[in-house]
Design a binder for this molecule. Structure first.
Ligand SMILES: *Cc1c(COP(=O)(O)O)cnc(C)c1O
Length: 354
């Protein structure tokens, strides 16, 4: 089997981008106060306030599961529920952490063909019951960009937050790929967050070029009350916080957060453009961010695996390819060329046996 120089199975296969690495090295000079009392943490939080043009509260945690679970536990009590898409990472990939950290709040999931939550789905679930026996809806969670590689438009986020206000729900955004969404929409980060009614955002760092780390950003500052205690209790308070915070500063100050996301998105479009129209292949979802979901016959997928390509098929059986800051366009082209060759020989074979 061919050893591939680069794989596109996930956007967290990438290493640290140079800007994050350099910031890490800079923060490594000498000693600094611990537990977030250092200048790096303060500067990184200020950089977020700058980026969002808002006096938001900013916290740094180790990963996305913790960010989401702790953010959600700050918008609900144990008897509450949180409405999300059935495809939401908080539902399918966090091992029950949101329920665990909220001491039992329940996720109410809406089946959605493309993974997006809509105001109608949200209203349907929020108003399905109002009696004492049902966990009271207290928040909604949306993923931007979605697990299916789609992006909520500014209008869609606004429509959802409008429904949330009406139903007295807080709005949480899982932004593991928030930068990719900003790049796709070419809008100010504020436009799809607080200006559109988002109360708390989990801004993903790992998939944007950090080694690790996510930022929890409260636009509704009252919700951030005692959040540092939640972080500490959950084992998410870094003692050498500067190493969690400084790489963010590197990403934000240099603009790499957006450059990285633009590059990743463009590599997804590059692959999509090259495989569109190949016999037997189709895109399972429109390519709006950094992911390509490819429907293909099992024989094609097997042949692709034999050529050394790694990919997952956990969403509807489609082969998933994801791109990060480090995606090499030449390797994207190599993948596309292999797909073309396999698809064409598969078609020729099918003709012969018929
Ligand atoms: C990757 C990801 C996360 C974070 O996952 P961790 O592995 O816990 O860091 C959260 N939400 C979505 C949609 C993701 O893709």
């Amino acid at each position: 089997m061919t050893e591939r120089p680069q794989q596109f199975a996930s956007d967290n296969y990438a290493g640290l981008c140079p800007e994050a690495w350099a910031a890490m090295a800079k923060a490594n000079a000498g000693s600094a106060p611990a537990y977030g009392e250092d200048v790096w943490t303060k500067m990184a939080a200020d950089a977020f306030r700058n980026l969002f043009e808002a006096e938001c509260e900013v916290f740094f945690v180790f990963n996305g599961t913790a960010a989401n679970a702790l953010a959600l536990s700050s918008v609900c009590q144990s008897f509450h529920s949180v409405i999300c898409s059935a495809a939401a990472h908080v539902e399918t990939d966090e091992c029950g952490a949101p329920e665990f950290f909220s001491n039992g709040a329940k996720l109410l999931t809406a089946a959605s063909a493309d993974g997006r939550l809509t105001p109608a789905l949200l209203r349907g679930l929020a108003t399905s019951r109002s009696d004492i026996h049902f966990p009271k809806p207290s928040a909604a969670s949306i993923t931007q960009a979605t697990e299916t590689g789609l992006v909520y438009s500014v209008e869609q986020v606004r429509a959802l937050s409008f429904a949330c206000r009406e139903l007295d729900l807080k709005l949480h955004m899982d932004g593991a790929r928030f930068a990719n969404a900003c790049a796709a929409l070419d809008c100010a980060p504020a436009d799809i967050t607080w200006r559109a009614g988002v109360d708390v955002l989990c801004f993903g760092g790992a998939k944007n070029g950090l080694g690790l780390g996510e930022a929890v950003i409260f636009f509704d500052r009252a919700l951030a009350k005692d959040f540092e205690y939640r972080c500490k209790q959950a084992g998410q308070l870094a003692s050498k916080m500067r190493f969690l915070a400084a790489p963010w500063l590197g990403l934000l100050e240099s603009g790499a957060w957006l450059r990285n996301a633009r590059h990743a998105n463009s590599c997804a479009r590059r692959l999509a453009d090259k495989v569109r129209g190949l016999p037997g292949l189709s895109l399972a979802f429109p390519v709006e961010a950094n992911a390509v979901f490819l429907n293909a016959p099992e024989t094609v997928l097997d042949a692709l695996r034999k050529k050394g390509w790694r990919f997952y098929t956990f969403i509807g059986g489609a082969a998933l390819f994801m791109f990060a800051w480090d995606a090499d366009p030449a390797q994207v082209d190599a993948l596309a060329a292999d797909l073309a060759e396999i698809a064409q020989s598969n078609m020729a074979f099918n003709r012969k046996v018929r």
